[in-house]
Each structure stands twice: as structure tokens, then as C-alpha cells.
Design a protein around this ligand. Sequence first.
Ligand code: NAD
Length: 479
Amino acid sequence: MIEIQNYINGELISAVEGGQLDNINPATGEVYAKVTDSGKDDIENAYQAAKAAFNGWSETPISERSRIMMRIADMIEKNLDELALAESIDNGKPLTLAKKVDIPRASANFRFFANAITQFASESHSGPGNINYTLREPLGVVGCISPWNLPLYLFTWKIAPALAAGNTVIAKPSEVTPMTAFLLSQICIDAGLPSGVLNIVHGLGHKTGDAMSRHPGIKAISFTGSTKVGSQIASIAAPMFKKLSLELGGKNPNIIFADCDYDKMLKTTVRSSFANQGQICLCGSRIFVERKLYEKFRSDFLVKVKELKVGDPLDDATKIGAVVSKAHFEKILSYIKLAKQEGGRILCGGNTVHPEGNENGYYIEPTVIVDLPYNCRTNTEEIFGPVVTLTPFDTEEDVIKMANCTEYGLSTTVWTSNLNRAHQFAKKIDAGIVWINTWLLRDLRTPFGGTKNSGVGREGGFEALRFFTEPKNVCIEFE
Ligand code: NAD
């Protein structure tokens, strides 16, 4: 059985202590690979490699850093089929989705930041007889920790700006979906990335990830994952004065007014509810519908949701694959149970699915729930699965109150053809990202991140390059 190994100092190696974790295919429930189980010693080895590589990489001309990153982007693209298949098997997501979204985006991340660094400039401020200019220097060795829902997509979203800015990196993918990060190691070797510039260390969050957060030499942690773990990392890293970027959970509202472009809204809402089995931090799991449209929307939406085929992620007809793990499967089911206890009525879904040949996989029907109070646990806690609730509303004030009632503030979608209302909602909704009449339309130059308990800091564009650099002001007086 293949062992997923660490990539340290340019080599693929097993963890020092030699332990292994199971890597499970969620579509079948079977162990199909082993993951090296790293600890403190492996993080230390990765750190020493990254530290030794720092001077060379940070002094490598930007054009050369950019060229190597472009090569990595090209190779991801060239290996799209292999990477997409690996992502689908590791994560349970439909292969069609991995081919269309996950892997192209991983390549785009490298390409985007390879270009962005060539355009990254810093400020200067001139005064009478003096000038200030700001140097933007790389931080040193930085840590990137990513989750399982968009494995290579989010892993590269952190690594690419960190490398482009001249840092050397220790990166930890989720232990639940480590395969494409492992395949990326070989791509980096083949693309000629110098040894030690990127080090990928596999293992458990509370062991490998924790050792990263505590390492005194790691200058910054860029983390994407749950709010709970983000808070644990902050409690360790903040007193050490590490720079922190935290991209955390969400419970996003999808607000639908009767004057919207109905067909576009309906089609997009099916996607924003259930794409990737609802396991995208930006999915809209709380659907608020203006009362005069509510009955029509509910019946049309149910027809569309019932059409979604749940099954083998490798089958092209599949729209809903397996959820990522047994633990997550059980968590989602516990929320469906809670919704019933809270008085919710399940209009469709709510059950597990056992496709022929994949009976032990982790499949859940797309689930639509109604009749819940807007502020109950089902409507305020992150479920992160194929489960949405429908709630009618009467006035703009009511829906803003309901939309803003959770501890989260990641993203929002508003469907309306009223321009004034669209702008007002964009201001009034607590969220880092507001989509009007669209969803998941991403321009990589824009700031990405959440408010409230959805995170601290912004990724994307020059925001990411600013995070991964330290500004130093230089002041010169002429005479
Ligand atoms: P998680 O917090 O359990 O794990 C994320 C990563 O942190 C993994 O690599 C894990 O091994 C590591 N980790 C776990 N405990 C750690 C510790 N004590 N110290 C250091 N590292 C540790 O999250 P998950 O279950 O992998 O992902 C799902 C969550 O991610 C959801 O809450 C989702 O909303 C969130 N998410 C947010 C965004 C965003 O951009 N805001 C994007 C995707 C996912």
C-alpha cells in the first residue's frame, strides 16, 4: 500500500518515528493508502531545511521565482487528470468537480501569484527635504495549515503567495485528504524548486499542526479550517507574536427577493447549497426567501434537489458524492436529528444512501428542512454538509436581522434586481464577501476572508503578499 511521505529538504521521506495513519476512501469506507505520522522532530527537520534555504530563495530574483512557480502551474495543469482522480478518491467529491474546479484552481493559484509578485510594489512618502520608502521583505520560515474540503485548491492558495514573496514554507495538508499535496511534492521536485524552499509535513492536527504553531522559528501561520482550531492556534501563536491569518467557519445566508432573475437564482441556489456535498465554506446553508415567492421557490427547488444523483464520485452522472469521513458523516447526521428535535420538518433527503458496490461509503441525501426558528442551533451552527434550511421573510429589516444573527460572517448571496437594495444589503450584512446575483464568482485579486468568528485577516491578491511580507520604513533626510 502506498505511503504518503513528507517532502523535506527536497526529498520524500517517512516521519522520524515511523508511525502511519490510515488514509480512507470515503466513497468505499476502505483504507487505500497510509500517511506518515509526523511529530515535533519532523517539524524541526523541516524548519532546519527551510531556514537553510531562506537566504538563497529570498535573494533569488523575482523573475526566477516567478518562472519556477509558472513551471509548477504548468505541471499541475499537465497532470490534471491524475490529480483530479486522486482528489476525488481522497475526498469523495465528484470527479467532474475536481476536474472543473479544484485542480484548475490549484494551477491558477500558482500562476496568479507568480504574476502578482512581478507587479507588487511598495509605498514611498516624500516630504520637504526627506523621503520615506517602505521595503517589503519576506518574513522567513512561515507555516501553512489547510483543511480537507478543497484540498489542493486551498493548500496552494496559501503556499503560492508565501513562496512568491520570498519566504520558505512548512505546509501541512489535512490528514484526511493528504494525497494531492503528496503528488504536489513530486511536481515541485520535477519543476526544479530548490530543496528546502517548500516542505510538506503530513500528520495529525493536534500533533503535527500543533508543533508548527508552537515552533519559535516559524514567523507566521496561515490557517484555514474550523473556528475552534483557529482559536486554539491563535491562543498559542499570538503570545509568541507570530503573524496570523485565520480563515474559519461559516453559516452563510442566501437571501432571495421576489424581483430576482428567477431561473438564474434557482439554478445557482441548487449549486450554492449542495456543491461539494455542501462542504464549501462559502455554501449558502440558510436560504431566506421573500414570502410572496416562498411557495413557488420551495416547490421548484425541491424538484431540482430531488434530481441530484447521489453516488459514486467517479461516475460522471453523480452530482453528490460521499462526504469526507465517517466522523463528518456522523456529525452531519447528528445535525439532521437535532433539526427534527428542534421542530424542523424535512421536505426532502435526511437519509443515508448506500449505492450498489459502495455500500460502506459515507453518502447523505441532499436535505432540505423547513419550519425552524431562525436562531435555533440548526440555523446558527456550522453543519458543513448537504443540508439547507428554508425560511420565509416579510421585510428587509427582518431578513437582515436573521442573516446577521450567527457568530459567523464569511459570505452572503443576495438575489434582487433592485440596485439600491443590493448596495444597501452589501453594506448591512456582516460578511467579508457579498455576492449579488451570483455565487462563487472569484477574482483572485480581491480580498478574501471573513468577519466575526469567520476569521481574521484577508487572503488573495496583494493582501496575501502583504501578509507574507514585513514592511520596513526607511526615512532619508537630504540635508
Ligand atoms: P480543522 O480545523 O479540523 O482542520 C484544519 C487543519 O488544521 C487540518 O490540517 C488539521 O490537521 C489542522 N489542525 C487540527 N487541529 C490542529 C491544532 N490543534 N493545531 C494545529 N493544526 C490543527 O478543519 P477541517 O475539518 O479540516 O475543515 C473544515 C472547516 O474549515 C470548516 O469549519 C470550514 O468552514 C472551514 N473552512 C474555512 C474556509 C475559509 O476560507 N474561511 C475554507 C475552507 C474550509
